[in-house]
Design a protein around this ligand. Structure first.
Ligand code: ZN
Length: 220
C-alpha cells in the first residue's frame, strides 16, 4: 500500500490551522457524498469547506487510494462538533486527540467497497502499529466521539463495525506465544521454585521436574 501526499495548504482557511497535537487514537468517517473521489474530497477541504472547519488527516478513496492531507501531529477539523449533550465535553477535545480518516463510498448506504475497506484496514493498522495504539480502545467511529451518524453504515450496523474493527485488531494485536500462555497458566512466571531454578539459584529434583511436565501437559 502507498500513501500519496496531497497536503492541504497551511492555514486555517484550508482546514489546516497548524496546531500541534499528540494523537491518542483514530476516528473513522464516511464522506457522506456517494461516488465522490478522494481527490475531490481533498479539494473540497482545500477550498475551505465549512469555512475551513472541515478537514481530515487522510482520505481513503473508491479505488483504495490513500491521500494524506495533514500530518498526524497537526490538528484536523473532523470531530469537533457535538450531536448530543452527552458528547459536548468530548467534542471540545476530539480534534486534539484523534487522527481523522475519511472514507469514500459508492452509494448512499455508506457501505465501503472491498478495495476501499482493504486500504482502510491497512492504513489504520499501520497508524496503530507506528504509534503504539491498542486498536481495541483507540479505533473509534465518529459516532462514538460526537454522536454523529458517521460512518453511517457502520453506525446502523454495529456488527459490521465490530467485524471491521476485529480485522484491524487481528493485524495489530499479536497473540501471545503458546509457551508464554502455558507459563502463565502454571504459574511459572510467579516467584517460587521454578523461578529459582531458571535463575540458577536452585537445582530441581527429578520428582519436581516430573511434576512440572505433568502441569504443562495438563495446561495444553
Ligand atoms: Zn464523520
Amino acid at each position: 500500500m502507498t500513501i500519496t501526499d496531497r497536503l492541504l495548504t497551511p492555514g486555517a482557511a484550508h482546514g489546516r490551522p497548524g496546531t500541534a497535537i499528540k494523537p491518542v487514537g483514530v476516528v473513522i468517517h464516511y464522506v457522506g457524498n456517494p461516488g465522490s473521489s478522494a481527490e475531490a474530497n481533498r479539494n473540497y477541504f482545500e477550498a475551505g469547506a465549512a469555512g475551513g472547519r472541515a478537514s481530515a488527516h487522510y482520505i481513503v478513496g473508491l479505488k483504495g487510494e490513500i491521500l494524506r492531507c495533514i500530518p498526524e501531529t497537526e490538528l484536523a477539523n473532523h470531530a469537533g462538533k457535538s450531536y448530543g449533550a452527552q458528547w459536548d465535553a468530548m467534542a471540545k477535545t476530539n480534534n486534539h486527540r484523534y487522527i481523522g480518516v475519511e472514507t469514500c463510498h459508492p452509494d448512499a448506504t455508506g457501505k465501503f467497497s472491498d478495495i476501499t475497506m482493504e486500504s482502510l484496514i491497512w492504513l489504520v493498522s499501520d497508524i496503530c502499529v507506528r504509534r503504539g495504539f491498542d486498536p481495541r480502545a483507540a479505533v473509534l467511529r465518529h459516532y462514538d466521539v460526537s454522536g454523529k451518524s458517521c460512518p453511517l453504515y457502520y453506525v446502523k450496523n454495529p456488527a459490521a463495525w465490530t467485524a471491521l474493527k476485529d480485522k484491524i485488531i487481528a493485524r495489530v494485536v499479536k497473540p501471545k506465544p503458546l509457551v508464554e500462555l502455558v507459563a502463565e497458566k502454571i504459574g511459572l512466571n510467579s516467584p517460587g521454585l521454578w523461578q529459582d531454578v531458571i535463575d540458577g539459584k536452585r537445582i530441581a529434583t527429578a520428582d519436581q521436574v516430573r511434576s512440572l511436565f505433568e502441569k504443562i501437559a495438563a495446561a495444553i
